[in-house]
Design a protein around this ligand. Structure first.
Ligand SMILES: Nc1ncnc2c1ncn2[C@@H]1O[C@H](COP(=O)(O)OP(=O)(O)OP(=O)(O)O)[C@@H](O)[C@H]1O
Ligand SMILES: *[C@@H]1O[C@H](CO)[C@@H](O)[C@H](O)[C@H]1NC(C)=O
Ligand SMILES: *[C@@H]1O[C@H](CO)[C@@H](O)[C@H](O)[C@H]1NC(C)=O
Ligand SMILES: *[C@@H]1O[C@H](CO)[C@@H](O)[C@H](O)[C@H]1NC(C)=O
Ligand SMILES: *[C@@H]1O[C@H](CO)[C@@H](O)[C@H](O)[C@H]1NC(C)=O
Ligand SMILES: *[C@@H]1O[C@H](CO)[C@@H](O)[C@H](O)[C@H]1NC(C)=O
Ligand SMILES: *[C@@H]1O[C@H](CO)[C@@H](O)[C@H](O)[C@H]1NC(C)=O
Length: 521
């Protein structure tokens, strides 16, 4: 309690208003002012209290009395526009909340990891009047030998030294705030490096408005810091892995921040729509697994305010979220159901207001509806095995109507996965005539390809099947098919990849494959 009062003295408990960039086309929502109680979390450690003292520097808050900092720094501080400073404070407070917030007790590991980062944050708070001359930007790097490396950052743990030697650096993309580059480290590990885009809209708009690159950089950098904290505290196969970070001087700004993460490739919706159902289903299953984790995360229920496909990347066919700067763990407070209004372009919902004054499952439901409108509706039903269609249609409908929560959606998608993987979607009739085939072991048909859709191969007909019977069924359903080649490759579900062919004149030896030649028509 005493700690809370200490905070009240500097007005730091004022809840930050949640603020989205104007460019963001995601669903705006009215984030209500948060409960004061959360502010207690700010002051849990002496360290944080020190940060807050620095943050709430005099010259901006006439009500607070902090003799320690009233030493001729006012002039330079006043140079920052008050609303820019206010935004900086809000971003900073938000970062602290993500850093501090816990539903379950935190691992001391995660606390240790971020300590160096906090020290740096403190530097960010000191503005120009208190720059430490000649500070060694590497002393706090995680990869520094001998520094207390944290177990919660899974290996490889990388820092400035690692990316300094990177080769094959390539621009990958940028959004409103950040620019992302690919780099090959040690000639072996490909990583993504994310930093504030000095040419991006965020910085450009801010500089145009406030005229101060350095402070605008700080404002933008908080987004990266927030993303880093989230990447580090949320660990899931469908959340991009954070490998490390680096502070380095860049563009005349000291201590610019670069995060080093797992590399992905952009999620191309058009390309996905042309790929086999199995691959599209994988994206949807990854997504629902991610949403299930986010709904029950160590930080509470997390919502992704910006849910456009560009916020995700694909790694080995799995969807992973990369852009977390618009994630929120705020729960929407309410007095009546009408406060729990969820607005989307094509549809609005009013959720329940609980007796505790919280909109029930709002974060989870927002995620789920977005999953429906950006992914499920396009990717799930289209060209699915026909016996799975009713179940898939039910999933699409129930998520589109928000009839289910994310737990139920996960159960149903996992059920589809189970049915598919185990061949239980196949027709029960086993006595359909399949034709006779001659098995020619250790051979492959070199040519005689034809195209089919959707094929795993651009010029041949390469499809996945559950078993030999299904391969025969597929062959008899294609008029061109006269033979097929059982390869030694499987898809992510464990299904066999089979090449369908127009004949077997070009039979050649191959130890890993078996050809089946159609005998009768
Ligand atoms: N790990 C990664 N691997 C490959 N590409 C990535 C990775 N992270 C991001 N990208 C690409 O870089 C782009 C910009 O990244 P990011 O979305 O984080 O920036 P942003 O400024 O927050 O963008 P936005 O305006 O969409 O919020 C992404 O759209 C994505 O295509
Ligand atoms: C960087 O690369 C050079 C040449 O490949 C090598 O000699 C040096 O040890 C590398 N440095 C680090 C820190 O990996
Ligand atoms: C690169 O090689 C150096 C020296 O062998 C090693 O210390 C470092 O951990 C390696 N980095 C990565 C990313 O593998
Ligand atoms: C959703 O609500 C907004 C604001 O009340 C309204 O303008 C819009 O027409 C509604 N949309 C639909 C599809 O009902
Ligand atoms: C769900 O199904 C009902 C009944 O068929 C239909 O009226 C409704 O439009 C469907 N909703 C969605 C989101 O597909
Ligand atoms: C096959 O038969 C079983 C049991 O009779 C049934 O549960 C299943 O739905 C059927 N599968 C298909 C694809 O028709
Ligand atoms: C399949 O066979 C090829 C050679 O034809 C071999 O290189 C490859 O390792 C095999 N793959 C698997 C999964 O066995």
């Amino acid at each position: 309690m005493g700690e809370v009062q200490q905070c009240e003295g500097v007005r730091c408990e004022r809840p930050p208003s949640f603020h989205l960039d104007a460019s963001c086309s995601c669903d705006r929502l009215i984030m209500r002012r948060r409960k004061i109680a959360v502010a207690a979390g700010f002051c849990l450690s002496f360290f944080i209290a020190t940060l807050l003292n620095l943050l709430c520097a005099p010259g901006f808050d006439h009500h607070q009395q902090h003799p320690r900092l009233q030493d001729g720094t006012d002039a330079s501080l006043r140079a920052i526009a008050p609303d820019l400073l206010q935004q900086l404070r809000e971003r900073y407070a938000e970062v602290l909340r993500y850093r501090q917030h816990r539903v379950t007790p935190p691992t001391s590991a995660s606390a240790r990891l971020l300590r160096p980062l906090e020290r740096r944050l403190m530097d960010l708070q000191k503005w120009d009047y208190d720059k430490v001359p000649g500070s060694d930007s590497d002393t706090l790097s995680l990869s520094q030998p001998g520094s207390k490396i944290d177990v919660s950052l899974r290996s490889p743990r990388l820092g400035c030294q690692d990316i300094r030697n990177g080769t094959d650096v390539r621009y990958l993309g940028s959004g409103y705030t950040k620019a992302v580059y690919k780099s090959l480290l040690n000639g072996s590990l490909s990583v993504a490096m994310k930093s504030v885009d000095f040419g991006g809209h965020d910085i450009q708009n801010c500089v145009r408005h406030y005229g101060t690159l350095e402070d605008c950089y700080r404002l933008a950098a908080f987004k990266i810091v927030k993303e880093m904290i989230l990447l580090q505290r949320l660990q899931h196969p469908n959340i991009l892995q954070l490998y490390g970070y680096c502070y380095q001087d860049s563009n005349d700004i000291s201590d610019t921040l670069t995060t080093i993460t797992e590399l992905g490739s952009p999620l191309e919706m058009i390309q996905l729509l042309q790929s086999p159902w199995e691959d599209r289903f994988r994206i949807c299953l990854s997504l629902v697994r991610l949403l299930h984790y986010l709904a029950h995360s160590p930080l509470g229920s997390i919502t992704l305010l910006d849910f456009r496909p560009r916020q995700f990347v694909v790694v080995d066919g799995e969807l992973k979220v990369t852009d977390l700067d618009d994630a929120s763990m705020e729960e929407t407070p309410c007095f009546s159901h009408s406060d729990c209004f969820l607005e989307f372009p094509a549809r609005n919902f009013t959720l329940q207001c609980s007796v505790e004054g919280k909109c029930q499952n709002m974060n989870e439901k927002r995620n789920l509806y977005n999953a429906y409108r950006f992914f499920f509706t396009y990717l799930l039903p289209h060209s699915a095995p026909s016996s799975l269609r009713p179940l898939l249609d039910t999933i699409v409908n129930a998520t589109g109507e928000l009839r289910w929560g994310v737990d139920e959606a996960l159960v149903q998608l996992e059920k589809v996965f189970y049915l598919y993987r185990n061949g239980l979607y196949l027709p029960n009739i086993t006595d359909t005539p399949k034709g006779e085939y001659r098995e020619v072991a250790h051979t492959v048909v070199a040519e005689e390809d034809y195209r089919c859709w959707p094929s795993y191969h651009h010029s041949g007909c390469l499809l996945s099947v559950f078993d030999l019977n299904e391969a025969k069924d597929v062959c008899s359903s294609h008029s061109q098919c006269q033979a097929f080649v059982w390869t030694n490759q499987t898809t992510w579900t464990g299904r066999q990849l089979v090449f369908f062919k127009t004949g077997s004149r070009t039979l050649v030896s191959d130890p890993d494959k078996t050809t089946y030649v159609k005998l009768t028509d």
